[in-house]
Ligand binder design. Structure first.
Ligand code: SF4
Length: 228
């Protein structure tokens, strides 16, 4: 626990130094020591405990609840969204509003349940007015996403929406160019697709997302665990 706490502190200090040097986009390396910690000793419970009642960035001021993540702590498929909205802030669970209900239907269309996957966000506290998270907020919060992914060890990641895809892939490419094919996040295949909230505003894109989900489902079904 102390080692994890120290690592996260070191990561945050490094990212702050990068910001002070004028780095606009923060690139988080997969910390070597965290990789070692990713062996059985690192669990989601450890990561959550280390996060605590976090005040590491200004978003803590307006939040009701820290929205850490939900699902199977050893899921082979993890969905990563952007940040909690109002419903999520109230209930403390990611993707529970209208967009979340759509995500649940998408997961079920893949013949899975929310309990079989893991769902989380880049940022754990609701940004005011649902604005995009700011670089200092990402710098403060992203080490915990990294630690979550190290604890879960997913075989596949689905990035939901522009913000999650651009943050995880360290790119400014639009989601329209990123979606529809697998990329790599620290060696893990990652498929970006449109955010369910975008689909609610643009229902004509549902077919596009379904094409992406078929790709994801195909890869999931190739995994040894999915065949048992
Ligand atoms: S967004 Fe993340 S870093 Fe900021 S206060 Fe919430 S949990 Fe802490």
């Amino acid at each position: 626990m102390d080692e994890l706490r120290e690592l996260i502190g070191q990561t945050r200090a490094h990212m702050r130094r990068q910001q002070l040097m004028g780095v606009e986009r923060l690139h988080v390396a997969w910390p070597e020591r965290l990789v070692r910690l990713s062996e059985p000793s690192l669990t989601l419970a450890h990561v959550r405990q280390t996060l605590g009642e976090c005040t590491r960035c200004k978003l803590h001021q307006g939040r009701k609840t820290i929205v850490f993540g939900v699902g199977d702590p050893k899921a082979w498929l993890t969905f990563v969204g952007e940040a909690p909205g109002a419903d999520e802030d109230q209930q403390g669970e990611p993707f529970v509003g209208k967009a979340g209900q759509l995500l649940t239907r998408i997961i079920e269309a893949m013949k899975l349940t929310r309990e079989q996957v893991y769902i989380c966000n880049i940022i754990k506290c609701r940004p005011p007015g649902n604005r995009n998270p700011e670089p200092d907020e990402i710098a403060a919060c992203e080490p915990f996403l990294i630690a979550q992914l190290q604890a879960i060890k997913p075989k596949l990641i689905c990035a939901l929406g522009t913000f999650a895809a651009q943050t995880l892939l360290r790119t400014k490419e639009p989601i329209s160019k990123l979606r529809g094919r697998f990329h790599s996040y620290q060696g893990i295949p990652i498929l970006p697709t449109f955010h369910p909230a975008y689909l609610l505003r643009n229902p004509h894109e549902k077919k596009t997302v379904w094409e992406d989900m078929k790709l994801l489902q195909r890869e999931y079904e190739k995994l040894p665990k999915a065949q048992t």
